[in-house]
Design a protein around this ligand. Structure first.
Ligand code: 5AD
Ligand code: SF4
Length: 469
């Protein structure tokens, strides 16, 4: 048994990591033919991408996917730690699995992902969730075949969570959930240590993939007919800093653009690392989508300092306006936390005024959630929850107002849309524009998923646009 240790997780050494190749013991291949698995994923795109690898590894072992958890032989939760409600959802699901285990004791129940990296979660699983057979973390996801084998062949519980990141593994198998849109990891982990955030502890230090490995993956996606990639990292802008002296996110984006993939998106960007080179490259290449997610978290410099965000309200706005001026037609989205410990009404009003100035096209808004072991967890929090909820509501009213206003400006315009699918209604399709707006539209022609078509906008809603192709 190996449990995570928070102190060790927080210690960053400059130890060089190696890049190693994934391989699976040939004896394990198809060993579990006839068995089925159920996998549920919580959280961000990083977890979704990890799950595509988990699925591929399980299929190598011979498992078949089962969508009804009550019928599966192996039940696995890929979990998220970012806020308390993600925790609660996963524990709620474990409660259902417990009932199932009473009638089908032979099933194997596993938990992996960010929650597994938390000492307190592992302790809770050890004490009160004895029916969970297998726990592994984000740093040894590639060991799934060995761990599953152990869990199926032994009565002992398998708990193997590393506190520190291991070598970077390439050539992991993947079964992508979409035929036209793909996620491409470029950097793992985060070194920013924003005071509210648990990610640097659950995902380890920043480790960039080698540029050759990334470009090879993109080339394969182009050959396979993919139309869009989303370049992923907790903070993609830190790309290359741990590997190269003169090759960073701007250079990588440019090389990815040159592969000819029709659409490139990237997320998430920390304002601290957003360079002029990146702005130049995004503006220059038509296949880099003019849509930037730039989390601000708060409009108050005082709160930003407490959050450890490394920028002020003024420097964020400077970057924001520079981007707006230099990238033609760019749309912007953001993340905002309300009710950070010590946030006064005056701080909140600064967030409201920043939102009015930036008029974001999309925003994800959250109430601060205490994460055990993070510095913000120890700050005195005197704002009652009702007040935080009221602030969130006021904020949502303003952000929603701008979503609709920005959408209304598009009525009568023609946007390029990547067709994703067919709605239940006749001749109805949906897809996303270059600026990442969701479009529901009709077409008299028979369209196929993966096509990029022109759509004329006829109606604006808060969350989507209606149109005709
Ligand atoms: N409480 C509330 N929101 C959080 N986020 C990260 N940590 C917390 C927390 N402890 C939000 C941030 C981040 C997004 C992914 O989740 O806004 O950008
Ligand atoms: Fe968390 Fe900050 Fe890193 Fe984003 S940049 S993952 S908010 S620590």
């Amino acid at each position: 048994m190996l449990l995570p240790d928070r102190k060790e997780e927080a210690t960053r050494d400059k130890r060089k990591y190696k890049t190693v190749k994934y391989n699976i013991d040939s004896k394990s291949k198809n060993k579990y033919k006839g068995k089925t698995f159920y996998l549920k994923t919580y959280g961000c795109q990083m977890n979704e991408r990890d799950s595509e690898t988990l699925v591929a590894m399980l299929k190598q072992l011979g498992f078949k996917e089962e969508k009804d958890y009550r019928k599966a032989d192996f039940l696995l939760l890929n979990t998220c730690s970012i806020r308390e409600n993600a925790h609660n959802k996963a524990f709620g699901m474990l409660g259902r699995f417990k009932h199932l285990k009473q009638t089908r004791p032979e099933i194997v129940i596993g938990l992996c992902g960010c929650m597994a990296q938390e000492t307190s979660v592992c302790e809770e699983l050890l004490k009160n969730y004895k029916f969970v057979n297998l726990v592994f973390g984000t740093h040894n996801l590639d060991k799934l075949p060995i761990l599953v084998d152990k869990a199926f062949s032994s009565d002992e519980r398998q708990i193997e969570v590393y506190s520190r990141e291991q070598d970077l593994v390439e050539d992991l198998p993947v079964i992508r959930s979409n035929k036209y849109k793909a996620y491409v990891n470029i950097i793992y982990g985060c070194d920013k240590f924003c005071t509210y955030c648990i990610v640097p502890y659950t995902r380890g230090r920043e480790r960039s993939r080698k540029k050759e490995d990334i470009l090879k993956e993109v080339d394969t996606l182009v050959k396979d007919g993919y139309k869009e990639i989303t370049v992923l990292g907790q903070n993609v802008n830190a790309y290359g800093k741990d590997l190269y002296d003169d090759y960073f996110m701007g250079e990588l984006l440019e090389d990815i653009a040159k592969t000819g993939i029709p659409r490139i998106r990237f997320m998430t960007s920390h304002p601290w690392d957003f360079t002029d080179k990146m702005i130049e490259v995004i503006g220059k290449y038509p296949n880099i989508m003019p849509s930037v997610h730039l989390p601000v978290q708060s409009g108050s410099s005082r709160i930003l300092k407490l959050m450890g965000r490394r920028y002020t309200r003024e420097s964020y706005l400077e970057l924001f306006h520079k981007m707006k001026n230099k990238i033609p037609g760019v749309s912007t989205s953001t993340d905002i936390i309300v009710g950070f410990p010590g946030e006064e009404e005056a701080d909140f009003l600064e967030t409201m005024s920043l939102v009015k100035e930036c008029q974001f096209d999309n925003a994800f808004t959250f109430i601060f959630s205490k994460r055990e072991g993070t510095p913000a967890c120890r700050l005195e929090d005197f704002v009652p929850l009702e007040e935080k909820e009221e602030r969130l509501q006021r904020l949502n009213e303003v952000v929603n107002y701008y979503f609709l206003e920005n959408h209304k400006r598009l009525i009568g315009k023609t946007l390029k849309v990547l067709v994703e699918g067919i709605s239940s209604k006749k001749n109805q399709y949906y897809g996303y524009s270059e600026n990442n707006q969701l479009l529901n539209f009709t077409s008299q022609k028979k369209l196929k998923a993966g096509e990029i078509v022109d759509v004329m906008i006829e109606e604006a809603k808060t969350w989507s646009l209606d149109g005709r192709s």
